[in-house]
Write a protein that binds this ligand. Sequence first.
Ligand SMILES: Nc1nc2c(ncn2[C@@H]2O[C@H](COP(=O)(O)OP(=O)(O)OP(=O)(O)O)[C@@H](O)[C@H]2O)c(=O)[nH]1
Length: 696
Amino acid sequence: MAKREFPLEKTRNIGITAHIDAGKTTATERILYYTGITHKIGETHDGASQMDWMEQEQERGITITSAATTAQWKGYRVNIIDTPGHVDFTAEVERSLRVLDGSITILDAAAGVEPQTETVWRQASEYNVPRIVFANKMDKLGADFDMSVKSLHERLDANAHAIQMPIGAEDTFEGMVDLIEMKAYLYDEDKLGSEWDTVEIPDDLKDEAQKRHDELIEAVADVDDSIMDKYLEGEEITKAELKAAIRKATLNLEFYPVLAGSAFKNKGIQMMLDAVLDYLPSPLDVRPYKATDPDTGEEVELKADDNKPFAALAFKIMTDPFVGRLTFIRVYRGSLESGSYVLNATKDKRERVGRLLQMHSNHRKEIEEVFSGDIAAAIGLKNTTTGDSLTDPKHPLHLESMEFPEPVISVSVEPKTKADQDKMNNALQKLAEEDPTFKAETNPETGETIISGMGELHLNIIVDRMKREFKVEATIGAPQVAYREAFTKPTKAQGKFIRQSGGKGQYGDVWIEFTPNETGKGFEFEDAIVGGVVPREFIPSVEQGLKESMANGVLAGYPLIDLKAKLYDGSYHDVDSSEAAFKIAASIALRNAAKTADPVILEPIMKVDIVVPEENMGDVMGQVTSRRGNVDGMETRSKAQLIHAFVPLSEMFGYATTLRSATQGRGTFSMSFDHYSPVPKAIQEEIIKKNGGNAE
Ligand SMILES: Nc1nc2c(ncn2[C@@H]2O[C@H](COP(=O)(O)OP(=O)(O)OP(=O)(O)O)[C@@H](O)[C@H]2O)c(=O)[nH]1
């Protein structure tokens, strides 16, 4: 048996989250550089980045895939789970947040908190992820550290406090004062940030530094009783006490330490790494992961412990051109040796773990065993998909899984040559295995292949990957909105199916009460049959029949969602009743119900954030309204306005071009799916007509 290399308390599983372009990739690379893994500093704008290994990521300059990378710092193991910054990939962000223990939020110090920072911050809060903040780009024109800290309070309502004070800003940014140690760090420009001088605080900064140090102590006293007592008594608070109190409050999500730096100019990265060790949790500090015992239904808390039965979550599937299918796992409990068997408790299948790998940004290390708290990649798992529980075969457990949003946008794809059809289907299947927010299906009537995802960029990247990794050239159709259908009124309906044709006939008869379900609650089926009027063996067929016909909708062929169905009456025939007959009866009941349930078509509504120069405000607001959008709020950002709006996805196609021409290229926007809402009646009719709908 291999020995654990790093004790649990010296392990950190962290993510780095940021608004697009705040400098996440640059900061990650500097971390890898200073922790000794890479020996060359790659600039993202040169396309030589280590983390962004996928070709089109380099071209687009954005990070798409969460790669888990292992680094070492001062005797600690730091696993970095990369998270994407683009809103089309929020599912990736959520997936990473689920398996990491702490996170670094990177801000552009010239912009402070930006729209995407808010989204990711909220997600991190939902998953109880403690955070430290790195105000990056202190060297940039307009960099303002205090504004950045203030924006954390104002825009995120976060109890964030500076533990450093930058020395200089913009092109005079030289280093920082450590407000805990009360020392200054001055960087040597020529040494690429690998060396700095620790010196006494320069005289002209002493007063300001002291003032900020006192403010920090007050802020910590506010969240820590023992510090408060000492503070009130006028007793000295040691550095160790201060740090311990900050750690405790950070782990409790009551405090967010803020640091300053410039990834690009190689400043502040080492202090940020120190802060990761000092203030972010080890796997022992996080609240235990929840699981349920599938046999007893009992809830189990998974505390990190190597001596207990193995339990891990598969959080990411990747196809690697060299080693094949990699399953990234986070081990919550126990340990696992390569070559051994695990139970995929979600799919109830035994799987053999052939090899175990630890991923570094530019090489992989084969390991013999993984321990609780570790993140690693397993090779050999054939049936495992994202979100599955992998456990000791003798101790099956269902780990709390992840929920992924349903795709909101679709396009048809067609291979350039007919001969490529099989290759394309294979490629799409592989890509769908990797990405739970991406779906591919073939329309049985037209034979067309339809792919669906979270946004136009998401689908473009899929098609791009198909070309590069699977060598399939494909053309794509115009984007289509993934509409849904829903009942709006409760109703009861009968479905009766009788066929008499010579020998054995068919007989199924059901009465079902339908009620609209709460948004997002999906389909719920209730069996309320008494006295055996529908025999038990046919009841699952009724549920199945409903599910199948809901998939094809009642108005225009879009999936019917959020519905409760209660089977409360029916009848059967001793000889002629069958599962098939009850399935058909159920679908007839659904069609009948549609006549009185006032069904509607729902469309995805996007949350859109638009940043525009002051002088274009009027035009842009007009664009939002003419696209059936609602403005939800406005904020002033230095010399620009930020408009929050909700706009139907169908109205957002091609918006990038419209915005660009209205603002001479200065406006930017981001959007993400927010909710489904009924389309106006006139549009509903148009959609039904276009689809040759089945409404009456
Ligand atoms: N002036 C300055 N520019 C920086 C700094 N850090 C990063 N940049 C630049 O900002 C741009 C974006 O940096 P990235 O590291 O790619 O940002 P990112 O957050 O990973 O971006 P996405 O992957 O698109 O989310 C690049 O041109 C960097 O060179 C910094 O500290 N100062």
